[in-house]
Design a protein around this ligand. Sequence first.
Ligand code: NOJ
Length: 534
Amino acid sequence: MAAVHPSRTDTWWRDAVIYQIYPRSFADGDGDGTGDLAGIRTHLPYLSELGVDAVWFTPWYLSPLVDGGYDVADYRAIDPAFGTLEEAEKLIAEADEFGIRVIVDIVPNHVSDQHAWFRAALEAGPGSPERERFHFRPGRGENGELPPNDWPSQFSGTTWTRVPDGEWYLHLFTPEQPDLNWSHPAVRREHEDILRFWFERGVAGVRIDSAALLTKHPDLPDFTEGVDPHPYIDQDEIHDIYRSWRAIADEYDGVFVGEVWLPDAERFARYLRPDELHTAFNFNFLSCPWDAGRLRRTIDDTLAEHAPVHAPATWVLCNHDVTRTVTRYGRTDTGFDFGTKEFGTPSDLQLGTRRARAAALLTLALPGSVYLYQGEELGLPEADIPLDRIQDPMHFRSGGTDPGRDGCRVPLPWAADEPSCGFGARTEPWLPQPADWARYAVDRQDTDPDSMLSLYRTALLLRRSTEGFGDGPLTWLPAEDGVLAFARGNGLVCVVNLSGRSIGLPPHEELLLASSPLDSDGRLPGDTAVWLRR
Ligand code: NOJ
């Protein structure tokens, strides 16, 4: 029986497949080396054919792009490198014609140091009302020469920068990203207005950046490892903000997805209470190694933590901040951890690709929504960026030890034989494409039934047209060590073999899809997943 297209229902977000677009690297419409909205608009048919229900755009607002656009100078304007507000409106409307909803990315924790509020705060000086919208403080030490507290930055180093008049301001990320003071009513009002601005323009949802960091302990006390509650992560007061946001979203049938990195399941689930956020990214799943026991535990924990608040889980393997899936799965350590990233970690890409294919079928069979990061459907590996081309502040702030996040942000290859692999750049793209990028090009994969792209297209089509996937219960089936086997509705079964040896398949009527060919005797080889119908 054909299921209703999820993007046509009002609970579409409970089991949607959402494609993440990093506009700078998706497609370059004007040829200047940076991706843009014009480029995205020409590829909407591609997204429609891929079969996604929604797209999430990482920030496209006016920005000096110090942190890839997460340093916003004006939340109501599109950066000229990407296009205009009028083009964004057209893009939202055109996507809708393809049945694709749009999610924008709001960055409430901080602004760019070029934002009008911060410039006014610098100009107005100590004690001014303009400074109250940020966290300005005098320094410690005899002459105020020491930062006001010892908070470590999310990007290594200090969280404080001193301005010429002697005061310091707080920035959890780079100095170009001053933190807003969320106990100031104007900050709350402004963001409520920004939400309305984008909902009025027809967006279906909002991704909330650094969603657990907004509120700070009013005294900004020193941070001592293990101190509870943490002075700036997951403060109880934050939920009041999201309750007021939810009321706004409900007026527009809009939905939220929060970037909530919290290992504690109970604390995480608080963000998903019925009057707060609809969904949040599942970073525990993203960080989980390719290991059947660990994956099963993560899946169980995820479902258990979401159940009491009736929120759907999300399943994410990759995004613009982390190592690309095929590279991660081809390494000895197949988990993800910001703290252990280093240059030169070897990876067996063939193995990683095989696993990533199996992981795609696993992820798409789980109950909830799925996020797919641009290029994941092409099996792109993490690229090595020459040192002199690295742009990511995470690299520089680590003192050069962390390779940074540019390796997963390289412009997409669309056409193997065209300059910049069809990305559209008439000049050098903003990040260099590796020499072998053409082999991953969309036009090479398009007609190859064994390509990663074909696997994703087939899987998304099946997921959409077959009742039993998406939202709903999951039942584990008996399986040998190293094997994940579970049933969904309507007789659907997913088996993923991580055991390293071939296994027999459970009894079934139909083999719907396999991530790699079965053995000649019909057994399921290692690092392979299948969808069956019993
Ligand atoms: C999370 C975003 O995903 C990341 O790219 C950004 O650097 C930080 N938040 C700061 O906004």
